[in-house]
Design a binder for this molecule. Structure first.
Ligand SMILES: Nc1ncnc2c1ncn2[C@@H]1O[C@H](COP(=O)(O)OP(=O)(O)OP(=O)(O)O)[C@@H](O)[C@H]1O
Length: 225
């Protein structure tokens, strides 16, 4: 599902360089990348989502070479094929929870029929935030906002879930429940799940956990071990 080879990205004007020599994530696999702040987890996730483009190297996601797509196509492809949770959530402040969850369908030109609305409401209920359905983000707690963002990642039933610190605002019980639900939904439909986090507890139970502690180039060593 994800194949990265000799991937390199340096931010203009910064010191940080992301190097990922070799990483494969199989279709249907659930992978957690754990590492401290600043190790490049978000950068890698944004490369995999086609939000950032590498300076060099190859990256194929869901069988597509992201570099070969123009920006508009990559955006359409991302909305259709990836359920994404951003570290800063990116809920739209003028939409209530239901419309935030429906947003990927709206952007992707998908159907917003009764069935889609029912699915969105069901996801809000699954994550324990049905009571926020008609509230805007400003009137939600941090944990409620996070759970709305998690519900949104599942609404398109995309084959790839990319989750950036999906439990950052949740207490331990809610974190465990939320990750369990994301993983169960992914497993039910054979979707691939990649979570990056600094929270080792959130990664407990994942069959494959990569340590980005020494920088993502260390992933290569794990793969060869
Ligand atoms: N737009 C940018 N321009 C310059 N440097 C950046 C930019 N975004 C991130 N960085 C730097 O790149 C490095 C990796 O950042 P990244 O957000 O990928 O790390 P992370 O592992 O996700 O950290 P955290 O757990 O704190 O979110 C950091 O040193 C950061 O300061």
């Amino acid at each position: 599902m994800i194949a990265a080879r000799d991937l390199r990205l340096a931010y203009a004007g910064g010191d940080f360089v992301l190097d990922v020599p070799h990483l494969d994530v199989a279709r249907g696999e659930q992978l957690a990348i754990v590492g401290p702040s600043g190790s490049g987890k978000t950068t890698f996730l944004h490369l995999a989502a086609g939000i950032l483009r590498p300076d060099s190297g190859q990256l194929s996601v869901d069988g597509r070479d992201l570099d070969a797509m123009d920006d508009a196509l990559r955006r359409r492809w991302r909305v259709a094929r990836i359920g994404l949770v951003f570290q800063d959530l990116e809920l739209l402040p003028y939409l209530d929870s239901l419309d935030n969850v429906l947003l990927p369908l709206r952007i992707g030109g998908g159907s917003l029929d009764a069935e889609a609305r029912e699915r969105a409401r069901g996801l809000l209920a699954d994550f324990g935030v049905a009571h926020t359905t008609h509230r805007r983000p400003a009137r939600l707690s941090g944990g409620e906002r996070q759970r709305v963002a998690l519900a949104r990642a599942l609404v398109t039933e995309a084959p790839l879930l990319l989750l950036d610190e999906p439990t950052g605002s949740l207490d331990p019980d809610n974190a465990e429940r939320a990750v369990g639900l994301l993983r169960a939904r992914a497993a039910e439909r054979g979707a691939t799940l990649l979570m990056v986090t600094h929270d080792r507890a959130a990664a407990a139970g994942f069959e494959r956990v990569l340590d980005a502690g020494a920088g993502l180039e260390a992933l290569d060593a794990e793969l060869r071990a």
